[in-house]
Design a protein around this ligand. Sequence first.
Ligand SMILES: [Zn+2]
Length: 484
Amino acid sequence: MKTNVKPEKQFVLDYVAENADALAGVCDSLFWFGEPAMQEERSAELLSGILEDGGFSVERGISGFPTGFMATYGEGEPVIAVHTEYDAAPNNSQQPGVGEHAAIVEGAPGHCEGHNVNGAVMISAVMAARRAMEAHGIKGTLKVFGAPAEELILARPYYVRDGYFDDVDVAFHPHLWDRFFTEYGVLQRAVVSAEFVFHGETAHAAMSPWDARDALDGVMLMDSGMAQYREHLHPGMGMQRVITDGGDQPNVIPSRAAIWWFFRDTTAEGAQKLFEHAKQVAEGAALMTKTELEVVIKTAVWPVRGNETLAHTLQRNIELVGMPEWEETDQEMARDIQTGAGIEAQGLTTEITPLEGPSASIPAANDCGDVSWKVPMGRLWFPSNIPGVTFHHWSAGAALATDIAHKGGVAGAGALAATLMDCFTDPSVVSEAKTSFAKETEGVDYAPMIPPENTPPLETNRAIMEKFRPLMEPHYAPDGPKFR
Ligand SMILES: [Zn+2]
């Protein structure tokens, strides 16, 4: 029992601690499901099922995402939302607890970042908050958003566009890291994700190439044009691509070829500008190759920002909860994985990271960006991974179904649940967050970049899961985790 802690806050901290096994169970179940973007069937079923059994009303399939959901508990104001992701990534299969690259199923998708822990932390924190609301007669509405396909930066711009955050007062996003901290300011980049498909005409590549219109030439020339343009990018901008269709075999000139780009910038406007430039380059490539161009916007997301008021509230609760008490076996495992990955064997972080001034944004993105311009948003980073590892590398997957992930998750869920209690019981938190948010976003006219007619790409990763699910199923965790 901590001193000077309000009873409802003590309630959620106790709840999270008493349900640590259930949090670990969710964490591990999601880990072994290892479902990549848009294929999170079992994961979404597990998470939304726990909330439904726990008294939330659940709406599944929101914004056309079969593996997305919104769960609601309570009524009236304030309306506090928590949202997070639970997708794995292709070809990231990794056994937990070993200090070397060892796939569970060779070539299969898996968790090598930790969105499985994010899902577990969200569920534990909102279950704690929901029980406290009942036990302490707390008024207000708690909304929980399951957001699929974070790795493709997909779901949340659609949710915001479709009005799911219209009545939300403040929102929180938990995500693991190797440290326990929060931050504010612009934290991550905006992205436009678009595929450029060139359509031409086939011919025998040796016998009559003059009769063809080569779609792959369109792709190569666009890539070349963008490579030249790299020289002229504004600092803060960036772009990456893969060729998703390069034809079938060398003696058939391809009538279809495609290249998929991420265009990034520190501002939504900058990412949009880069995309507009790329469209012109692609049109030039189509003109040169006498092919037709089709541009498919997959998603477009604003940069993630963190609200200062909510950062201070989160930080107080991070300090209240404190770092997990790592055992020597946890430290040994961390050093073993670090050694195996060829990085400094420094072990696990043992101190809380202090809250500093506005953050410098990192080059990555998260699809919660739109949420963070729609409403004040707090970002909680909790300590469930190992310092020095690189996300999407085996070393970032090796701790994700171990005591390291579980203990960091319990700390994260405690801090998040305690912060939810502050928002529900102290009206000044929400009102001050709104005031500081208005200042932070002054002069910015937020409107979703995602086009109104866009629908989610349902086929994404389907073939991968059809191939690997039967091989992954024997590894699924046996029992469904139970929260009280
Ligand atoms: Zn992530």
